[in-house]
Design a protein around this ligand. Structure first.
Ligand code: GDP
Ligand code: IMO
Ligand code: MG
Length: 422
């Protein structure tokens, strides 16, 4: 049985959580392959809202959930999430945490915050959850991993070594107070007691499940354009979000994956800084934001809103090998008489391209070439299948399919769990 990757095809917040929650119904395992508590997935179940950051969205369906080696884990956020889910009747006893995943330490959060402040106008607009500094230490081989929690002596030693260096940075470079060794060690030891039962050999677990013919979902966080290598660097996150990293992030072979579902909004949003060619000018941006509830799950920040960008989406199809799309939040567009869609970029030399510019300055200067599609100006509440959509809404979805040469498998028409047309 092959594995399916669910990947964000834009700048994050495409509605991955909700689609994973739907597809989890027919899956046995749901695995996160990268990212950490910078992610925020909102899922609405019977009018109740769940906001999940660290644990895969499949937890709400009672599935086996895996946090893979490619993830970064804030132990405090993880345990708070465990407590919150348990207190709301959602069991976490099927959650498995890779011992190879890296821990977000107090200094990572402190450095993320201090470094953004220092950058001032040049800031990236991170979620300030310590993601970048944690992945940087992983690459520098200074990181502390989940499995270190199982060995108190090693843990203490690693904290000592790392903190000695980090405190120099905090005090001398960023001018903020240093962190106390005893306090951090004691806190981590108490977290360790509670995290221990969740730690597993997740690579083995997933491989066995695949061998036994079970259905496995590999869930990405963030989105393609936030990918460290293929996104809009430096305004990206610090991990590889693309589907290719799903195998690495879990520890299975790439030949296990044969389906890649890209999740895209029927428009686009972006949180944080960085170029955004189809960002809406004028009052329509605020309208989309209000109608779509476009405020960050993690930080509460206003999300920047833009019209659908098919150049960027075509790029996402390419770099992920997307085999089908889920187009979410189509209902949000019901208010507009006309819907501009970006079909190409006008470049500095006056030529047009349908391919995402490889050079940052070309992307920065790219201007959208619009095609105006007719709106439907009626709610989509009555549609229970794609055929039941108003003509113009159906045509909107078909236009995306034709332009990208990829089928749209699912259409989101509301926040509630069941509001997806299959
Ligand atoms: P994720 O990070 O990709 O999981 O997405 P978020 O949860 O951060 O943001 C998506 C938001 O849109 C959430 O508030 C969802 O409840 C909501 N949502 C998802 N799909 C739909 C849809 O089809 N229509 C509407 N109106 N809202 C949706
Ligand atoms: P989900 O999984 C949207 C953005 C931040 C910032 C950049 C770097 O909910 O789609 P980081 O804290 O990762 O170093 O921030 O990435 N960002 C997201 N934007 N959705 C997310 O996750 C995001 N995670 C990070 O706003 O621009
Ligand atoms: Mg989100």
């Amino acid at each position: 049985m092959p594995a399916t990757v669910i990947v964000g095809a834009q700048w994050g917040d495409e509605g991955k959580g909700k689609i994973v929650d739907l597809l989890a119904l027919d899956s046995d395992l749901v695995c996160r392959y990268q990212g950490g508590p910078n992610a925020g997935h909102t899922i609405v179940v019977d009018g109740e809202t769940f906001k999940i950051r660290q644990i895969p969205s499949g937890v709400l369906r009672g599935k086996i959930c895996v946090i893979g080696a490619g993830c970064v884990v804030d132990p405090e956020v993880f345990l708070t999430e465990v407590d919150e889910l348990e207190s709301r009747g959602v069991s976490t006893h099927l959650v498995h945490l890779s011992g190879e995943a890296h821990l977000i330490m107090a200094w990572h959060v402190a450095i993320d915050q201090a470094s953004e402040r220092r950058l001032g106008k040049l800031q990236i607009g991170t979620t300030r959850r310590g993601i970048g500094p944690c992945y940087a230490d992983k690459a520098a081989r200074l990181g502390i991993r989940v499995q270190d929690l199982l060995e108190p002596k090693i843990l203490r030693q690693k904290i000592e070594v790392a903190l000695a260096e980090k405190n120099v940075w905090l005090e001398r470079v960023y001018g903020v107070p240093p962190l106390g060794l005893e306090e951090i060690a004691a806190q981590l030891e108490s977290f360790a007691q509670r995290i221990r039962p969740y730690v597993s050999d997740t690579s083995l677990l997933v491989d066995r499940a695949l061998q036994e013919g079970r259905a496995v979902l590999l869930e990405g966080a963030q989105g393609t354009l936030l990918d460290l290598d293929h996104g809009t660097y430096p305004f990206v996150t610090s991990s590889n979000t693309v589907a290719g990293n799903a195998a690495t992030g879990i520890g299975i072979g790439p030949n296990r994956i044969d389906r890649v579902i890209g999740i895209a909004k029927a428009y686009v949003t972006r949180v944080g800084e960085g170029p955004f060619p189809t960002e809406i000018e004028g009052s329509d941006q605020g309208r989309v934001r209000e109608l779509g509830g476009e405020f960050g799950t993690v930080t509460g920040r206003e999300r920047r809103c833009g019209w659908l960008d098919l150049v960027a989406l075509r790029y996402a199809v390419r770099v992920n090998g997307i085999t089908s799309l889920a187009l979410t939040k189509l209902d949000v567009l019901s208010a507009f008489a006309e819907l501009p869609v970006c079909i190409a970029y006008l470049q500095r030399d006056g030529s047009e391209t349908r391919h995402f510019p490889a050079h940052q300055s070309d992307f920065h200067h790219a201007r959208p070439v619009w095609k105006a599609l007719p709106g439907w100006e009626q709610p989509l509440d009555d549609a229970s299948s794609r055929e039941g959509l108003p003509d113009a809404a159906r045509a909107y979805v078909e236009f995306v399919e034709q332009e990208l040469e990829v089928p749209v498998e699912l259409v989101g028409v509301g926040a509630a769990r069941e509001r997806v047309l299959v």
